[in-house]
Design a protein around this ligand. Structure first.
Ligand SMILES: Nc1ncnc2c1ncn2[C@@H]1O[C@H](COP(=O)(O)OP(=O)(O)O)[C@@H](O)[C@H]1O
Ligand SMILES: [Mg+2]
Length: 223
């Protein structure tokens, strides 16, 4: 569950208010599309949910926890346990192989390395890349790199998956297969927030948040 109450975001460096009085409730297991033109605040919204940016005013509850009330260390731990992000640019580490990229986020936190590697291999199989585990990112297509990034995002078994224009760098065939993969993941009970300016992509969600001139509205996705 994600709840934003009276959230305002003004970036201190520019004094521009990007989000104003946002009130949004996202239920557990919902797939919500975030739509709006470039610069309308979709990424900023996702960063507030992932704790990377603190809102200027208002309250953010994630799974019942007011994240502002947590110390920095507790907040990082909380977010690490519940939230992962998938980016448009994949953001894999080029010097590491597929399996290494997937295990990396949890290396500092999990002592049983074999167990972690097994978990990674299971996820790599789920995203259809078992035959590529020792390959480097430059040896993969964009669609394959995004599959690795999705496996990496799932390695901590988060309840919330944030996707920021995850198909923005892909052709329509790869876009659709990544969306099918996200559908499978959604069926396992995960909450998905997906920012896009592509209507085909947005239609895959159960509901939509529209970003317009600093205002944000949530509605049901029309068929
Ligand atoms: N760190 C920052 N400091 C100041 N302004 C920012 C920062 N990040 C984003 N912005 C501004 O906030 C607005 C919304 O940006 P963003 O959230 O990236 O929108 P979107 O993802 O919808 O394109 C833009 O005008 C952008 O320039
Ligand atoms: Mg953005």
């Amino acid at each position: 569950m994600i709840l934003l109450k009276n959230v305002r975001l003004t970036y201190p460096s520019t004094s521009l208010t990007i989000l104003n009085d946002v009130n949004i409730h996202i239920a557990e297991g919902e797939w919500v599309s975030l739509i709006g033109p470039s610069g309308s605040g979709k990424t900023s919204f996702l960063k507030i949910v992932s704790g990377l940016v603190e809102c200027t005013e208002g309250v953010v509850h994630i799974n019942g926890m007011n994240i502002k009330e947590l110390s920095i260390n507790k907040r990082h731990e909380f977010i690490r346990n519940y939230i992962s992000t998938v980016y448009q640019q994949f953001r894999l580490l080029p010097q590491f192989t597929v399996v290494e990229n997937v295990v990396l986020p949890l290396i500092p936190y999990i002592k049983q390395k074999k167990e972690l590697e097994n978990r990674a291999l299971e996820l790599i199989e789920k995203v259809g890349l078992s035959h590529r585990i020792h390959h480097f990112p430059y040896q993969l297509s964009g669609g394959e790199q995004q599959r690795v990034a999705i496996a990496r995002a799932l390695v901590s078994d988060p309840s919330i998956l944030l996707c920021d224009e995850p198909t923005g760098n892909l052709d329509t065939k790869n876009r659709d297969s990544i969306l099918d993969l996200l559908s499978q993941i959604h069926k396992t009970g995960k909450t998905i927030l997906l920012a896009t300016h592509d209507n085909v992509v947005a239609k895959r969600g159960d509901s939509v948040i529209t970003f317009e001139d600093g205002a944000v509205y949530k509605g049901v996705m029309s068929p």
